[in-house]
Write a protein of this length. Structure first.
Length: 435
């Protein structure tokens, strides 16, 4: 007498169905090579074949139509994997590859399905890639050296009035620490000391340039010291490497310095900078008044103003590159938005270098932009995308995470993504990661 096997109720993403027959396929992936004038081939093992699950099933009874629609939607909606309760193997993480549904008038209240699932695997396929973040940081160091040399050269050639440079640098230094977000008072006080050093050394252009870039290096170091975190190794979004905390402003306020003295409202329509509003007069980063006149003195003042602006803005853009190189983006959308913003800021620097006729500076910014694109594009490839979710009613984050990801441990991530003040009452519509 044969033993009776208890079959579990089958379901996919919570949608139940009955089983007529089930089958499982696996094996080895083998590459077979044939050669001229040889009777036997050669073969090479390429690893285990993915496991496939085949079902012939049905929905039946008074609720067959609702069960049919739920199963059909579960198989076709959403790119993420889901939980399949196999009648013999238990819960499995799979993706639905094929769902064939058929009904007939003679059969009555029954819908039949041919279903094919494949194991979802552990993540995106591996690919060989260089350390683009390190390449970007190396490019930042090269660009900073060019920015410093250009400032020293312009200031020396034009013999610009030191008092005018001091007033510009002093005005910048006074507002800079307050424009950096997410820092404690101890870090702000340290930056205040650096700011005073910047504004008190305007007579030695090389020293002034070095002090300005040191001020931004201090800001980057302070941000890293206070915002750097080590995510848990099993975190599906942030990974396991130390990374900067993502905030509403991924530049931590450095974008205000990258546009210091400029008027972003003049940006071309569609530019990433077109949405920035120029600060009001007297506020940090307010557009600088133009220097009027064609006599030697006004021309020297105008050259000084442009040199100081290029030094500060260029140093700020380089600092943003450093911050972005250390940021572990939560989604491909965030990485793409950061790339768009950074390229817009670099474009402004390239235009300024073109207007000044400085080819070395133009090439430095062009090269840095290429490294930034490579880094942010490559790191975005393995990240999930953000898309909308639509629940029938307000649900707790735990329940919503189970419905969307079949993983209630991601409830906190879901609440953070939607900036929800009450995770027990998530909005019926919102944003979710694709995986």
């Amino acid at each position: 007498m044969s033993a009776t096997v208890a079959w579990l109720p089958a379901s996919f993403r919570g949608a139940p169905f009955w089983i007529d027959e089930t089958g499982t396929t696996t094996g080895r992936r083998v590459a077979v090579f044939g050669y001229p004038y040889r009777e036997e081939p050669s073969s090479e093992d390429l690893g285990r074949l993915e496991t496939w699950y085949h079902f012939r099933g049905f929905t039946i009874g008074p609720t067959y139509a609702a069960d049919r629609d739920a199963l059909f939607a579960a198989c076709g909606d959403g790119p993420q994997s889901g939980t399949l309760v196999h009648p013999l193997l238990g819960a499995l993480d799979v993706r639905c590859v094929q769902c064939n549904m058929r009904e007939s008038r003679e059969a009555g209240a029954v819908a039949r399905f041919d279903l094919v699932f494949v194991e979802s695997g552990t993540g995106p396929a591996p690919f060989g890639a260089g350390d683009t973040a390190s390449s970007l940081l190396s490019g930042v160091a090269s660009a900073i050296a060019v920015v410093e040399n250009v400032y020293a050269s312009v200031a020396l050639v034009q013999e610009s009035p030191a008092a005018f440079a001091a007033s510009l640098l002093g005005g910048f230094g006074a507002g800079f620490p307050g424009s950096i977000s997410g820092l404690t008072m101890s870090s702000v006080n340290a930056l205040l000391g650096l700011s005073e050093l910047v504004s008190t050394t305007p007579t030695a252009p090389a020293t002034t340039a070095a002090n300005v870039t040191a001020l931004f290096a201090g800001a980057v170091a302070a941000i890293a010291a206070e915002q750097l975190v080590v995510p848990t190794p099993d975190d599906p979004v942030a990974g396991s490497l130390p990374a900067l905390v993502t905030t509403a402003d991924p530049t931590y306020g450095l974008a205000a310095s990258a546009l210091w003295g400029l008027n972003p409202s003049t940006a071309a329509p569609g530019s990433a900078l077109a949405g920035f509003t120029a600060p009001a007069p007297g506020q940090f980063g307010a557009p600088l008044p133009p220097v009027i006149g064609t006599a030697p003195a006004p021309l020297a003042l105008a050259a000084t103003q442009q040199a100081v602006t290029d030094l500060i803005c260029g140093s700020a853009v380089a600092a943003i590159c450093q911050v972005f190189a250390n940021t572990e983006w939560q989604s491909a959308n965030a990485a793409a938005a950061a790339r768009t913003l950074l390229l817009a800021l670099i474009d402004v620097r390239m235009e300024a270098a073109t207007e000044a006729g400085n080819q070395a500076l133009y090439l430095a910014w062009q090269g840095l932009g290429q490294l930034a694109v490579a880094d942010l594009t490559q790191r975005a490839q393995a990240l999930p995308t953000i898309g909308p979710y639509d629940a029938p009613t307000s649900l707790p984050a735990l329940v919503l995470a189970q419905r969307l990801y079949q993983d209630p441990t991601r409830a906190a991530q879901l609440a953070l993504l939607n900036d929800s003040p009450a995770p027990l009452f998530m909005a019926p519509t919102g944003l979710a990661l694709s995986a």
